[in-house]
Ligand binder design. Structure first.
Ligand SMILES: Cc1ncc(COP(=O)(O)O)c(C=O)c1O
Length: 362
């Protein structure tokens, strides 16, 4: 991989990289931040040519995320566009091994490909390393989401990646939940990383954006060709806002995580909570409330600070009963609430949540 001229010096801590990477060179009159460049066309004779092929504002985002994941990045219109583009690397008739509890949109894409006879799919409990390894026979792709959405299972990525490579399979990790500040899948053996930048990377619930990162130049070029040809390109404003989001990623993730840890302790002691799932890092917590769907829906309607909303990873705390979505696997309990813990004051968050939980009829 060739270093980019504006790459920060090597060996910086991730929190520094998040602030520094993808900026214009430190030269007189250069803006500190990469500018927003809306352009559908460039003067002929250079590398960019057309707005579906390249954009300097995407490039700033790609350099920032690429530096954080230590790979080469491509931005896409959404996380699911990034998922689709990676699944396109699988040839007809090949087998994909996937967590049974991955993000619903990823599972839908795979079920659709399977229905149309495009690929074979093996669904596994990604936390059960032995089962995953046993499923890798003849597989072309191992899809890892860790922690999984919304069950929060954690995969042993180094062991799985080594086993997948031995079986001749490529390894993709959806790193949306962990962020490159808590897990760098390429360092752990993955070949590709997928992100919904809609979530933590942008961090303010105001855009939809996706990304793929790889260290393999040949794969990067193939994906770049495919992006030009298919056209699922990133919006310029979205890429610019997401780059700005990355600048505060470390602050937001640290704060969400410390809030989440405190809430996990308090939730575990609440009589209306049957089970708390927390992977020991990050800002996403899942709880199973006593009383199933009815009680969980009641909690969603009763909070004042916590917003009942899908998605996650924003500065604002949100919660959602995942089984309200048709197609969410039946192994996800009806009463499971996914909490996306924000950066508000944790005592305020607890008071609001505790009041809603106290209201569950016993
Ligand atoms: C883990 C994970 N991957 C991918 C996606 C899809 O991303 P997007 O909504 O940006 O298309 C999501 C969205 O919730 C997600 O949670």
């Amino acid at each position: 991989m060739t270093p980019h001229p504006s790459d920060p010096p090597p060996d910086l801590a991730p929190a520094t990289v998040a602030v520094q990477a993808g900026r214009p060179p430190h030269e007189p009159d250069q803006p500190l931040n990469a500018p927003l460049v809306p352009a559908s066309v460039y003067v002929a004779g250079g590398d960019r040519e057309y707005g579906r092929y390249a954009n300097p504002t995407w490039e700033a985002f790609e350099q920032a995320l690429g530096a954080l994941e230590d790979g080469r990045c491509l931005a896409y219109a959404s996380g699911l566009a990034a998922v689709a583009t990676v699944l396109d690397l699988v040839a007809d008739g090949e087998t994909v091994v996937v967590p049974r509890h991955a993000y619903l949109g990823t599972l839908h894409q795979l079920a659709d490909l399977e229905r149309r006879g495009r690929v074979r799919v093996r669904r596994v409990d990604v936390a059960d390393t032995g089962t995953v390894v046993a499923a890798l026979d003849d597989a072309a792709l191992l899809w890892v989401e860790s922690p999984t959405n919304p069950a929060l299972e954690v995969a042993d990525l180094p062991v799985l990646a080594a086993a997948a490579h031995e079986a001749g399979a490529r390894v993709v990790a959806d790193n949306t939940f962990a962020t490159p500040l808590r897990q760098r899948p390429l360092d752990l053996g993955a070949d590709l990383v997928v992100h919904s930048a809609t979530k933590y990377l942008s961090g303010h619930a105001d855009l939809v954006l996706g990304a793929v990162v790889t260290r393999d130049d040949q794969t990067w070029r193939a994906l770049d060709e495919q992006r030009r040809a298919r056209g699922a390109v990133a919006g310029v404003l979205e890429a610019w806002l997401a780059t700005r989001g990355i600048r505060t990623l470390a602050l937001r993730v640290d704060r969400a995580e410390s809030n989440a840890r405190r809430l996990v302790e308090l939730l575990a002691a609440h009589p209306a909570v049957d089970r708390v799932r927390y992977p020991s890092f990050g800002g996403i917590v899942a709880i199973e409330v006593a009383g199933g769907a009815f009680a969980a829906d009641l909690v969603c309607r009763s909070t004042r600070l916590w917003v009942h909303a899908t998605s996650l990873g924003g500065v604002e705390s949100t919660l959602e009963r995942r089984r309200r979505w048709a197609g969410e696997p039946e192994t996800i309990p009806e009463g499971l609430l996914r909490l996306s813990v924000g950066v508000e004051d944790v005592d305020d968050l607890w008071r609001d949540l505790a009041r809603a939980l106290d209201g569950i009829p016993t």
